[in-house]
Design a protein around this ligand. Structure first.
Ligand SMILES: Cc1cc2nc3c(=O)[nH]c(=O)nc-3n(C[C@H](O)[C@H](O)[C@H](O)COP(=O)(O)O)c2cc1C
Length: 307
């Protein structure tokens, strides 16, 4: 028997597989096709203080081995997430969920987390916060916090004031030195680091000779970005003494093992859920067999093993 249970900042989860924010809605959509309680947990859709309609369309472009999205944090806003989305999730998912939060100012991050904390039902449902300081698809916020060490530390420190729950800060790969940003988050009081969000990319339509995406650029994700994500997780593992949630291009159980060897304690699966809605479940089903194949008895023993 392979042990796939891992401890994520004091909360034990059955396996390290976590569908990534923005690719799994609020979970109940997927519960229609399989029992989502097989997941370690999942990170719900990036939630902001106010409702957001998102960016103009087209906002998806296909790429070889990946995709570009410029969804722009479409979500109903934190109050509706609390009153409508989380109650629907509670009916089908009986484990702690990861609350992914975005903002356009430090006050917005703080107020969104505060409202989730202060609602008794939401508070009970949420195991961890994942603070997204890395969305490339919105102006005047998101990635702006994730590309400056000073701003990353400030937002981390401010959110730390309003929650005692484990808090992961989600970093952008669109920086020169990812270790500097990770260290700033550690200094600000983060409990863990999530990485990577999408890489800024674009495509051009040969017929119109214009960018495919209305917003011109978007976030590139999917299988093609795996080597970049592995490299950054490997670097951050050396730079901080916090647990890491690794993501970017994961679509198989073998790649989960690879990400954990680079330094991840848990692994998020993003675009793969959009290609195959059963992708996360398939990875969970495959994981024990893959561990046995490579002589792994306990996943905890391989974290950072490549160093
Ligand atoms: C359609 C789409 C929407 C996303 N929305 C969010 C979001 O709301 N919040 C967030 O932190 N990341 C968001 N992401 C980024 C993913 O969570 C993940 O970090 C990224 O896609 C890399 O993983 P992957 O290569 O497995 O997709 C989104 C990604 C996609 C493809």
């Amino acid at each position: 028997m392979v042990n796939t249970k891992i401890n994520l900042c004091g909360i034990e989860i059955d396996n390290p597989i976590i569908p990534a924010s923005g690719t799994y809605g609020f979970g109940y959509e997927f519960a229609e096709i399989y029992d989502i309680n097989c997941l370690g947990t999942f990170s719900f859709k990036g939630t902001t203080l106010e409702p957001r309609f998102g960016n103009p369309t087209p906002r998806i472009a296909e790429c070889p081995d990946g995709m570009i999205n410029a969804v722009g944090l479409q979500n109903p806003g934190v109050d509706k997430v609390i009153s409508q989305e989380l109650p629907k999730l509670a009916e089908v998912f009986h484990k702690p969920v990861m609350a992914n939060v975005s903002g356009f100012s430090i006050d917005e991050y703080v107020e969104t987390v505060r409202r989730l904390e202060n609602d008794p039902a939401a508070n009970k449902q949420i195991g961890w916060f994942e603070i997204n300081i890395s969305c490339p698809n919105v102006h005047g916020g998101g990635m702006a916090f994730g590309t400056s060490a000073k701003a990353a530390e400030e937002v981390t420190r401010a959110v730390r004031e309003v929650t005692k729950k484990p808090m992961f800060i989600k970093l952008s790969p669109n920086v020169t030195d990812i270790t500097e940003i990770a260290r700033a988050c550690e200094a600000g009081g983060a409990d863990g680091i999530s990485l990577i969000n999408t890489l800024l990319g674009m495509r051009i339509d040969l017929k119109t000779k214009k960018p495919v995406i209305a917003n011109k650029m978007g976030g590139f994700s999917g299988h093609a970005i795996l080597p970049v994500a592995l490299r950054m997780v490997y670097q951050v593992y050396d730079a901080v003494s916090l647990p890491i949630i690794g993501m970017g291009g994961i679509s198989t159980a073998e790649e989960v093992v690879e990400m954990m060897l680079a330094g991840a304690t848990a692994v998020e699966v993003g675009a793969a859920n959009l290609i195959d809605p059963f992708a996360s479940k398939q990875i969970i089903d495959d994981l024990p067999r893959v561990c046995e194949k490579y002589g792994i008895k306990d996943l905890n023993e391989i974290i950072g093993g490549a160093h």
